[in-house]
Design a protein around this ligand. Structure first.
Ligand code: ADP
Ligand code: DP6
Length: 333
């Protein structure tokens, strides 16, 4: 087996049918399947190098060496690759997020997809992309879907072995997303904590799972028919159903902030004005608007009445993970 230094880029993804709860928290198997759109604008670049002389894993994020808790997460993730490859070297991992970290803009998705892709390349592992998505899942569930571009399903599966991503459609039709980054700061309740608390205490949870399965079937049909409006309507309803589970949790909580509601109202106003726009919201206050790419510039302009322009970021659908041929960041971290 050859071991080399490897660099990988992965894009974030935003779920249109949300993953919100685990049936197996140790192996990160979800209670229901989900479906997302990979985004071009937001991504993570990760470098990994397994080295015989290291006595512990090292982890740098955006040039800063991370503390033990973050390093331990990375180590546990690398262990899956060490186990598979039989290579027991520790590794140096350096990662740069081109997306705010822990703000509900899916940094953990691009992070673990990029690290998984870099590990496959570094250790020369014979894994298909779907097989690799099973590994990405162990870092963060949503990372499963970031292995592929376009619309991607994370099929729940019946066991840790067959819970993996499936590419659904390249999304190379008239689709875009406008993100309203109302708050780029780190959230107080992580996705992991939020979904566990909801599953354990929300009386709405069972209904959420049932409805989400139906939403998934319907959105897949709408994607196959390239029926944008139905895709948007289902995505918006599914997001609100997820957030309803948090309001019914005990104690209740919400990821919404004041400006989240302003953004929802803005989308409703735009829709009334004839734009084909639908919002979705993850475990954070930021709002993502699904829209036809051809309307993106006009929508950005219209949103200028509600938000400062630096809070509005447009993006097209993104592609799959990609091995980078060189590392353009500072090589010391
Ligand atoms: P987000 O909405 O950004 O995905 P989460 O709370 O789900 O928020 O995940 C954020 C966590 O993901 C961070 O606290 C960190 O542990 C991990 N993470 C983010 N970026 C990276 C990265 N580039 N490499 C490794 N881990 C990362
Ligand atoms: C609301 O994938 O971040 O964004 O598996 O615990 O790391 P862990 O959670 P994570 O959760 C994402 C939740 C979501 C919905 C989604 O992306 O499907």
């Amino acid at each position: 087996m050859s071991i080399k230094e490897a660099y990988c880029r992965a894009h974030t993804n935003i779920a249109l049918i949300k993953y919100w709860g685990k049936s197996d928290p140790v192996n990160i198997v979800p209670t229901s399947s989900s479906l997302s759109l990979t985004l071009d604008r937001f991504y993570t670049d990760t470098r990994v190098s397994f080295q015989a002389q290291l006595d512990q894993d090292q982890f740098f994020l955006n040039g800063q060496e991370q503390e033990k808790a973050e390093r331990d997460k990375i180590s546990r993730f690398l262990d899956h690759f060490r186990q598979l490859s039989g290579v027991n070297y520790r590794a140096q991992v350096s990662s740069y997020n081109h997306v705010p970290t822990a703000a509900g803009l899916a940094s953990s998705a691009s992070a673990y997809a990029a690290l998984a892709g870099a590990c496959r390349e570094a250790l020369d592992l014979d894994l298909t992309d779907s097989q690799l998505s099973r590994f990405a899942r162990r870092g963060s569930g949503s990372a499963t879907r970031s292995i592929f571009g376009g619309f991607v399903e994370w099929s729940q599966g019946s066991s840790p072995e067959n819970s993996m991503a499936i590419p659904i459609d390249a999304a190379n039709w008239d689709i875009g997303m406008v993100v309203i980054a109302v708050n780029k700061g780190a959230k107080k309740i992580s996705s992991r904590q939020g979904m566990a608390h909801t599953l354990a205490t929300s009386p709405f949870y069972e209904e959420w799972v049932k409805q989400s399965r139906q939403d998934l079937d319907e959105i897949k049909t709408a994607i196959a028919q390239r029926d944008f409006t139905t895709v948007g309507q289902i995505a918006e309803a599914n997001a609100m159903r997820m957030h309803a589970t948090t309001l019914a949790a005990n104690p209740p909580f919400t990821y919404f902030e004041e400006e989240t509601l302003t953004a929802i109202r803005a989308v409703q106003d735009l829709r009334a004005a004839g734009y084909d726009v639908y919002y979705t919201i993850d475990a954070g206050p930021n709002v993502k608007i699904l829209c036809p790419a051809s309307q993106m510039t006009a929508i950005e302009e219209a949103l200028g009445q509600y938000f400062a322009s630096e809070k509005i970021i447009s993006t097209l659908p993104g592609g799959p993970i990609q091995i980078l041929s060189e590392w353009t960041y500072d090589n010391n971290d």
